[in-house]
Write a protein that binds this ligand. Sequence first.
Ligand code: NDP
Length: 265
Amino acid sequence: MPYDLTDFRAVVTGGSSGIGLATARLLLTCGARVAICGRDETRLENAHRSLVELGGSDRLMSVSCNVLEQEGIDRFVGQVEDRFGGLDILVNNAGQGRMSTFADTADQDWRDELDLKFFGVIRPTRGFLPLLQKSHAGAIVCVNSLLALQPEPHMVATSAARAGLLSLVHSLAIEFAPMNIRVNSILLGLVDSGQWRRRFENRDDPSLDWEAWCDQLASQKAIPLRRLGRPEEAAEAIVFLASPASAYTTGSSIDVSGGLARHVA
Ligand code: NDP
């Protein structure tokens, strides 16, 4: 057990797949009670089944909830309060990236992307804030991307939204510090997850298997560690920032990009 999180209560949005699922798994392993959400019921049930053996059903709850819908968030908050009696850790993870250049991004695409990246954090944060305020060690971790600092033209809307989210995390850290709630983020490069599996299914060259396709991707992107990250590696950074092991860190971020960051500061 890397950290002892017995008696901690955590919510992981988008906990039914990829990085969120790996984070829920690690939090349960550390002894926390964990609530996950996602939209797709089947994915959520599969995730619940895979997690239940780590925490038993008494330390785990799975709720169907779209983080962009206020009613769903209100219901989720109520269920967590009823079941866990409060909350210590909120991991804002739900979402996905959009691949498009400026030429390919229509007004509605911009709105959808900004909505997902901002309100996917704003709504759960606002909803769970009253519970986090009552915690002795409240922590919010936002899953962000290195695109926030290193924009890519083929992900123009996601890059702009990610930069905005990095700014938001910093503002929240300052505003919530007097409430003893820390707010941090992780900046991801390319991490093996449901998103990349779906892109693999639509690959140009069907002769490539998953391993070969990932090797080619890592090579094209010139990732210094020469591979995609594993969801468990992202989860390690998230749980560190969520735990009292990082008690004096707020408004900060951890790079989990295999060396992809080109800037020094
Ligand atoms: P996955 O597709 O594996 O997981 C995404 C999770 O988010 C799923 O559980 C999905 O469930 C859920 N989700 C998506 N939209 C919503 C929504 N509106 N409301 C509730 N749940 C939602 O991808 P990742 O693990 O890669 O993604 C996790 C986060 O990491 C995302 O924010 C992504 O943008 C970010 N990220 C990932 C990178 C990578 O290389 N993997 C790089 C940079 C950032 P469902 O669809 O059933 O709702």
